[in-house]
Design a binder for this molecule. Sequence first.
Ligand SMILES: NC(=O)c1ccc[n+]([C@@H]2O[C@H](COP(=O)([O-])OP(=O)(O)OC[C@H]3O[C@@H](n4cnc5c(N)ncnc54)[C@H](OP(=O)(O)O)[C@@H]3O)[C@@H](O)[C@H]2O)c1
Length: 281
Amino acid sequence: MPPHTVLQGRVAVVTGSSRGLGLAMARVLGLHGAVVVLASRSDDGVAAAVGRLRLEGIAADGRRCDTGDPADVDALRDMALSRGTLDIWVNNAGTSGVYGPTASTPVDDFTRVVRTNILGTFHGARAALPVFLEQGHGDLVNLYGQGDRGPVAMQNAYASSKRWVRQFTETLRLETKGTGVRVHGMNPGLVETALLGKVTSQAGYEHRLGALQVVVGLWGQSADQAAQPILDLVTSDKAEYRFLTRRRLVTHGLHNILAGRLRRTNRMPLEVTVVDTDREP
Ligand SMILES: NC(=O)c1ccc[n+]([C@@H]2O[C@H](COP(=O)([O-])OP(=O)(O)OC[C@H]3O[C@@H](n4cnc5c(N)ncnc54)[C@H](OP(=O)(O)O)[C@@H]3O)[C@@H](O)[C@H]2O)c1
């Protein structure tokens, strides 16, 4: 039995939950009593994640779902409804683009980011909101990220997509005002997952990624730490959660320095794949 019951009787979907932050958020929701429905593009990845959560006493289910495909997303919604209800939907699935200038970004890479981060978020909202509106309650959480408040050079696809997610989320909040449905945005800060640890760079720009491990050493969190605020969001009217406030830049940075997280041996492993693009840097 989960140790806490505040979400008992609720069914929660978390997209992109075979690993990383999505899996950690599903665990938090499940440990507080929710039935959690997991998903990613990998059947094996979902099965393994569902198995891990069940071993921890969590009621978990899941299926393959590419959030870029609206039929997949609707099928995920229907799986959740087959568990009796749908109360929480977390649009977590996300991906980053190749690091480097926009002018030489491969078209298929930019499209891949848009398909998951933008269309995937729209597909999730479109699947969950009619159910929420019909029943007069429900919590939709969209994942923000670097760039949600302003431009980020060399990561235009990812950063612009997160700016879009913010605008989309704020618009949904206007459209659902007074309905009982709550729409939240969550920016977890820097989380030590594959998204940060396995990076692809355009040739000629990879040396600029050297600072990433230091930045993560200063302000990074584990997925389990970063996932905790999801509980507060889905049990409150809070519009937004943002980890990296000015105060935390100082306090968390100092804490990590004192904990020795900047030492080379303690840094997050970074795997950089370099790709040649068809234009010179
Ligand atoms: N890590 C950070 O520092 C950070 C910071 C701010 C915001 N975020 C946001 O947090 C979210 C989770 O990131 P993460 O760091 O946990 O990334 P991650 O470790 O790379 O995990 C991404 C998850 O999404 C799935 N996924 C990717 N594309 C998908 C698609 N088209 N359809 C369905 N599932 C898909 C992946 O599984 P498959 O590959 O098997 O599909 C995986 O389960 C993202 O929205 C990200 O932008 C992360």
